[in-house]
Write a protein that binds this ligand. Structure first.
Ligand SMILES: [Zn+2]
Length: 336
């Protein structure tokens, strides 16, 4: 593993975040509607929530646009922007890459959308959405939402690591009341973590080496390596079927993925001194990889071993990124 430093993981500037304060935001937003846009590498979806009894209730069936590299995202988002403005709903956006205020920084799996946005709206969501309120990296949004649930169940939890492994691999940190997004998936994958010799370069930050995401993410890593090895373009769940049937290559790919992701997570924990006061540390996981048989369990065992304590790990199957974006939007809207 290459060095994990604040620089190599491209840590964002921290956002103040108090999970208890956010519960107050929800209480103060009773009856309010909010639009949450969730962007991913294969689809973008728009969900309208109503706040009822301090929780989000889906007000109408989410609308979805599927495409690769974000190619049809802009017209979809224009129609959503119209709707949000017409109903005066604040808009929160969860984005699969780095962000700066209302600007998405280009990410490999949505690069064509970012070009479109640059061209039509000066690269700003604030220009596209008249009622724009909040934009965050998807791991940050996911952690913002899950931290509330974790806090309700384990009040002493203060410091959290959020690990997402789906199309890509992302990691966000909650420490001392501050949320920090990182690009920890894009640190270099050293050869011990690259047994099938993935050569495809990272592609982020003009890095020409294969990164951890390229070997360990369910989509950008495992599906891609499978295709290179076999010539077959299979989905993640089809590869999992091969795993369940006893396939050696799928097993090795997933075992390596667990090793790689646990290694990066451990190093980010150490970077944040999460080893010293382990009793208030929680890891939150999300994404398709954690639903693969045995994956969550092995990840938990590896983290306990690496950190030398029994670290509480909460896995969220429901997608928390959309709720996190909605929370951020309501909080900004209240403060405005
Ligand atoms: Zn990368």
């Amino acid at each position: 593993m290459a060095k994990v430093t604040h620089e190599s993981i491209h840590a964002d500037s921290p956002i103040d975040y108090d999970p208890v304060g956010v519960l107050n935001v929800l209480a103060a937003s009773e009856g309010r509607q909010v639009m949450s846009i969730e962007m991913g590498g294969t689809k973008v979806s728009s969900t309208i929530y109503t706040v009822e009894d301090g929780r989000f209730v889906i007000a109408e069936q989410p609308e979805v646009q599927e495409s690769s590299r974000g190619i049809h995202y802009l017209p979809f988002l224009e129609s959503q922007a119209h709707k949000a403005a017409a109903f005066n709903m604040p808009v929160g956006i969860s984005y699969p890459g780095k962000t700066e205020e209302d600007r998405p920084i280009t990410a490999v799996n949505v690069d064509l959308f970012v070009e479109d946005l640059e061209h039509e709206y000066a690269g700003r969501f604030g220009e596209l959405f008249p009622s724009f309120s909040f934009l965050a990296n998807d791991a940050v949004a996911g952690l913002a939402a899950t931290a509330i649930t974790v806090k309700r169940e384990l009040p002493k939890a203060e410091n959290m690591l959020y690990v997402i492994n789906g199309t890509g691999f992302g990691l966000a940190v909650l420490k001392d009341g501050q949320l920090v997004g990182t690009e920890a998936g894009h640190v270099e994958a050293v050869w011990e973590l690259n047994p099938y010799h993935q050569l495809r370069p990272c592609g982020m930050f003009e890095q020409d080496f294969p990164c951890v995401e390229r070997v360990a993410a369910s989509g950008a890593g495992i599906e891609d390596i499978w295709k290179q090895l076999t010539g077959e373009a299979l989905s993640g769940s089809e590869i999992v079927q091969r795993l369940v049937m006893g396939g050696r290559i799928p097993r090795e790919l997933y075992e390596n993925s667990i090793r790689a992701i646990a290694s990066v997570t451990t190093k980010v924990a150490k970077l944040n001194d999460f080893l010293i006061d382990g009793d208030n540390v929680v890891i939150v996981t999300h994404g398709g990889a954690f639903e693969v048989p045995g994956y969550y369990r092995r990840f938990k065992d590896t983290m306990d071993h690496n950190l030398r304590f029994d670290v509480p790990i909460y896995n969220f199957e429901q997608n928390p990124c959309a709720e996190g974006a909605a929370l951020g939007a309501l909080a900004k809207d209240l403060a405005a």
